[in-house]
Design a protein around this ligand. Structure first.
Ligand code: ATP
Length: 306
């Protein structure tokens, strides 16, 4: 059978939350070992890859003006890496439509990188397998493998070593988007500073989160959400404390800063509860915008070929 000639591929990749994030001490190389429970939610960036004579990127949507359009763009770096590794000239016109907040702790850049990998892989027909793509994803950034993987997964190392988490049920989240982002490196530096200046509470191990997920118990999950970066994010952005308190007061099962923040995720009992919670939060003016998203969501995948 003759293979269809493809001119354009559209891929959708999800935002991630960290339902649990424990951060080890700073290593001599400056990195931190992590144990995290990643959870993909249905807030997606879309990336088009179209045949072209040069490698270009254009960005629109949520926070587009803060996203680089040169070789620092993670989607461009993904296309360049895939081309180099597979012997395809890395020329492609990438168009990113962002819904995931930029520098929001939801791995938007990683989602775009994963989407570009999947899109260019399909456009060029590289023949790479899933494991090959995951290996390239690891070279692009710690969160990129999970953006490919999706669902719910335990991440270790720097977050790039993934084990799928088997769970039941779906979860309804309300995401509170903040004005402006937080640089991940600054949040880690603040955590190191806090730890150097005295004892700091740490989240317990991931077992309570994994157990709640296994049972599909949203109420239990809401109680045990935990993130070692939260105190550092709140120290850098004190308004997050009031936001977290407001979500709880409005009846969320739990609330947590996602990754390095400043996005805060609130867990609702079900979809109907999430609709009410989102409206109530929006009315309180404690954040810039509110989005609803269900999890677990699929990883980066093709939604259209032309
Ligand atoms: P993480 O949770 O993985 O630490 P984040 O969600 O806090 O990341 P991102 O939205 O991934 O943050 O963006 C981090 C930085 O990466 C941005 O400040 C931006 O300058 C840069 N960046 C590069 N490429 C992209 C892209 N395609 N989309 C968004 N940011 C990008």
């Amino acid at each position: 059978m003759r293979r269809q000639h493809i001119e354009r591929v559209t891929v959708r990749a999800p935002a991630k939350l960290n339902l649990h994030l424990s951060v080890g001490r700073r290593r001599p190389d400056g990195f931190h070992d992590l144990t995290t429970v990643f959870h993909a939610v249905g807030l997606y960036d879309e990336v088009d890859a179209v045949r072209a004579d040069a490698l270009t990127v254009t960005v629109s949507g949520e926070g587009a003006d803060q996203v680089p359009t040169d070789r620092d763009n993670l989607a461009m770096r993904a296309a360049a890496l895939l081309g180099m590794e597979t012997g395809h000239e890395p020329v492609v016109a990438l168009t990113i439509r962002k819904s995931i907040p930029v520098a929001g702790g939801c791995a938007g850049g990683s989602a775009d990188a994963a989407a570009a990998l999947v899109a260019c892989d399909a456009l060029w027909g590289t023949g790479l397998g899933r494991d090959d793509l995951l290996a390239l994803a690891t070279r692009l950034g710690s969160d990129v493998p999970f953006s490919l993987h999706g669902g719910t997964a335990l991440g270790t190392g720097r977050g790039e070593q993934l084990t799928p988490v088997l769970g039941h049920g779906a979860y309804s989240w309300v995401l509170a988007l903040a004005d402006g982002g937080l640089a991940t490196s600054e949040v880690y530096a603040e955590l190191d500073r806090q730890r150097d200046s005295g004892p700091v509470g740490v989240v317990s191990d991931a077992s309570a989160v994994l157990s709640a997920l296994r049972r599909g118990d949203a109420a239990a999950l809401g109680h045990v959400l935990g993130n070692d970066l939260q105190a550092a994010a709140v120290a850098l952005r004190p308004s997050l404390r009031a936001l977290l308190d407001t979500g709880k007061d409005l009846g969320a099962l739990g609330g947590i800063v996602s990754g390095s923040g400043p996005t805060v995720a609130f867990l609702a009992r079900n979809e109907e509860h999430a609709v009410g919670l989102a409206a109530a939060l929006a009315g309180q003016r404690v954040c810039r915008a509110v989005r609803r998203a269900d999890g677990p969501a699929h990883g980066a995948r093709v939604v259209e070929l032309a």
